[in-house]
Design a protein around this ligand. Sequence first.
Ligand code: DOR
Length: 432
Amino acid sequence: MQIDKMNGKVLLANGKIADPVGEIIYDSDILIENGIIVRIEKGITPKDDMETINLNGQTISPGFVDLHVHFREPGFEDKETIESGCRAALAGGFTKVCCMPNTDPPIDTQESVRFIYRKAEGQIVDVFPIAAITKNRKGEELTEMVELSSAGAVGFSDDGNPVVNAQIMRFALEYSKIVNKPIINHAEDPALKADGYMNEGVVSTHLGIPGNPSIAEEIMIYRDLTLARFTNSRLHIPHVSTKASVALIRQAKANGVRVTAEATPHHFSLNDEYMRSFDANGKVSPPLRSEADRLSLIEGIQDGTIDAIATDHAPHQYDTKETSLDIASYGMIGLESAFGLSMTNLVHAGHISFIDLIKLLTIRPARAMNLPLPGIKVGEEANLTIVDPDEWWVFSRKDIYSRSQNTPFIGRELTGRVKSVFAKSSYIRLQD
Ligand code: DOR
């Protein structure tokens, strides 16, 4: 990764612009001056006072937005820091990320929200903290949500832990209306999950591994949708993983419930057959589900039920992953491989168009979390991700910038690659 500060004039020549708002792709150059887009036209003549970057037909998208990352700071800096997480984000083409509060201490006070902003100062990636719903993420007592919001929290979640008590969830949804920021509940009924650590089904039965049934997720999503309808509040459903969950969200949207939902690249790229490898990198919460679940997620992505692709980038050090499945940590990193997996398994597999994928990575997640909409317009800051949708490559350890390497996708052949990023007057070249 090479980062060059580029003040002055920069000409991105011979590119294609993917505009997710107008839903079009067109040939164009972009002239940037002091980090601001000043011209968008085909055939801008390079001049001596311009730094010219020849894109050779690569595609320029608004910078990608990831609603769901774990940057582990404070408390677990051996797994990830805000700085290393931002490098991983850039490597994946993400220029805006929302980080989850399951840190130590958790992000449940104004000071901890401000800590994240302070730590992210000077980074090329914008980091937006999601604050905890309940104090210490224990599910017992609500945080000071209005104060947390005024400190800059963009949403609320106890991610990793569900809010089990329906009364507390109801109150959280009611308070969230005051600040108009979504509640993001990790939907997993602990009693039904019991000690299951992979999807309950044929594969778990063959392997003799305790299963976590899909109903553990669905029952809680049903409850949360009911509460969101009753309170008329905004609910965002993270890492949707089952067929019935997709159906419930689809139905709720049709009934006017204010719900948005995300899917991760690992849930639409893998199924529970992966666990036959006994590779703990496939252990994730919620678990990799059946092929029927995976296909339903793709249908949800196709028909708009799923609003955003989010990585749930969850770094863990090797010692908590290179161990037996039952005691391994849950989670996998995802930022660096997200675009390649999405292009390969959604676009090149014929399920959605390229521009639809760009929407799922930019304007739709931004809307779900009320973040400033990334656009490519004259007068706006240049915040751009440049991709080659057709480049074939093999995802390898050298593509990883996270402090952790816990991914089941090493060695995967992918088609579609992030090539560079232009943001905050810096040009980031990702490969030689
Ligand atoms: O697999 C997961 N890992 N799922 C979560 O919800 C939390 C995450 C983590 O923090 O490691």
